[in-house]
Design a protein around this ligand. Structure first.
Ligand code: HEM
Length: 491
């Protein structure tokens, strides 16, 4: 791979000199998003590093990402065949497997349709809301009660521990029609696995690039295998139950709708591939897997920023009081009237950049980007963190400042600013759960903030340094809170 023939008229990829065997591994450091951002200042938007003996393309810069992922979308839509990715979902994952042709396209469309039907379509029982809106509000309401109970009992709590169950309940409801209690061991066993998942599936894991590491005993790899096993067992149980009780006249959830697809062999009109039943039904694994860790992480970062910046928390609460009042709960339809709250959410996504890279891509054929020759099959890291902290795009990028997303009179979010934030990827592989993700973050946050004020505990120092991974987390942190006014009785 080191001696790629460069076609005439194209340039050779720049990048740092690799060492033998390890390549540029040492330069990646503990925070690859930061070291690769620094390298982009030297080598530009398109450069190559070597991890172990494998070349890896690193993309930065908003315009370059748009060029690669949108305008040259097909050429950059692949997924590399990585050691860790082969362990996810028995290698059958729509998200992580190296399928990128017709099979992936057909499965991705099924995932998008299932989400549309079970998440964003109007509720049959209520004229003003979509199916999951009700569920989110109920779950958020429950969370407020749970937090207050914990305050009464202990005076403090670790929000992450409870938010993860509430968020998992939403996706569990959509996928399997099931809600869990906050103390349910079965669910806690599964949702508490995500830290290790994120560490192993992170961009630039040496085990993916240095084959010998795959044969050495490693506790983190063992944990990663176990996590994937537990995940599959958890889902398999639901699939079995659903097959047993399936009734084609009564489609209950995403699992049912996928079973229906597989039984009718209703092939997508836009494609002529035949998918196996397994490849249809286990799409639900991808949705469940992606559907709680990301949103929990977003909400957890939000609470950290609110506790770190009490004045910002107060501004959101003033806006909620002014627009919604205390008599009713926030709804999705309030979003347009709450620009400051929206601006806060965008700033949380930008500043934390908790998914510093997209999931790695790979090229599907030889191509040229910004004049550089890019070979087929090269692993591509897309640096979202770099875009969100690029001083050419943002004034004072390291400052947490929601107002940067508001128009000068403060009455509306500024669309051009919003569109510069990279969190869900771009183009063909763009996140399929973006609408649900944004919906949940908004509704959970506003429901909590309308009723509760969050504080850090006296004397506790907030440690907001992110732990590198597929999704970056802050250290677990106990906070305290008080009710802003007596709880409304909603039942
Ligand atoms: C992919 C972010 C929520 C389902 C992705 C990617 C990112 C992302 C960065 C990778 C894009 C790429 O590789 O270029 C997020 C964030 C979320 C979120 C920040 C919440 C705040 C969700 C939810 C679901 C979901 C709720 C499902 C219900 C998926 C799937 C993929 C994906 C299936 C893989 C798509 C493919 O490979 O074709 N997401 N996501 N995500 N996301 Fe999300």
């Amino acid at each position: 791979s080191q001696r790629v023939k460069i076609p005439p008229g194209t340039k050779k990829l720049p990048g740092p000199m690799p060492y033998p065997v390890i390549g540029n591994l040492l330069s990646l450091s503990k925070n690859p998003h930061l070291s690769l951002t620094r390298m982009s200042e030297t080598y530009g938007d398109v450069f190559q590093i070597q991890i172990g003996t494998k070349p890896v393309l690193v993309l930065s810069g908003l315009e370059t990402l748009k060029q690669a992922l949108i305008r040259q979308g097909d050429e950059f839509a692949g997924r590399p065949d990585l050691f860790t990715f082969r362990m996810v979902g028995d290698g059958q994952s729509m998200t992580f497997s190296s399928d990128s042709g017709e099979v992936w396209r057909a499965r991705r469309r099924l995932a998008q349709n299932a989400l549309k039907t079970f998440a964003t379509s109007p509720s049959p029982t209520s004229s003003s809301s979509c199916l999951v809106e009700e569920n989110i509000i109920t779950e958020a309401e429950y969370l407020v009660k749970k937090f207050m109970q914990l305050i009464d009992e202990k005076g403090e709590f670790d929000p992450y521990r409870y938010v993860v169950v509430s968020v998992a309940n939403i996706i569990c409801g959509m996928c399997f029609g099931k809600r869990y209690n906050h103390d349910d061991e079965e669910l806690l066993n599964v949702v508490n696995l995500t830290d290790e998942f994120g560490a192993a599936a992170a961009s630039g894991n040496p085990a993916d690039f240095i084959p010998i590491l795959q044969y050495l005993p490693s506790s983190s790899m063992k944990a990663f295998k176990e996590i994937n096993r537990k995940f599959i067992d958890f889902m398999q149980k639901f699939a079995t139950e659903h097959y047993k009780t399936f009734d084609k006249n009564h489609i209950r959830d995403i699992t049912d709708s996928l079973i229906q697809h597989s039984q009718e062999k209703r092939v997508d009109e836009n494609s002529n591939v035949q998918l196996s039943n397994q490849k249809i039904v286990n799409i639900v694994n991808d949705l469940f897997g992606a559907g709680f860790d990301t949103i929990t992480t977003a909400l957890s970062w939000s609470l950290m920023y609110l506790v770190a910046h009490p004045n910002i928390q107060e501004k959101i609460q003033d806006e909620l009081d002014r627009v919604i009042g205390k008599e009713r709960r926030p709804r999705l339809s309030d979003r347009a009237q709450l620009p400051y709250t929206e601006a806060f959410i965008f700033e949380m996504f930008r500043h934390s950049s908790f998914m510093p890279f997209t999931i790695p891509h790979c090229t599907t054929k030889d191509t040229v980007l910004n004049g550089y020759f890019i070979p087929k099959g090269i692993c591509v890291l897309v640096n979202q963190w770099q875009v969100n902290h690029d001083p050419n795009l943002w004034k004072d990028p390291s400052k947490f400042y929601p107002e940067r997303f508001l128009n000068t009179d403060g009455t509306m979010v500024n669309k051009t600013e919003m569109e510069k934030v990279m969190v869900f990827g771009l183009g063909k592989r763009r996140c399929v759960g973006e609408a649900i993700g944004r919906m949940e973050v908004f509704l959970f946050l506003t429901t909590m903030l309308q009723q509760m004020q969050f504080f850090k505990q006296d004397g506790e120092k907030l440690d907001m340094s992110p732990q590198y991974g597929l999704t970056m987390k802050h250290k677990r942190c106990h906070v305290t809170a008080k009710l802003r006014f007596p709880l409304l009785t909603t039942d």
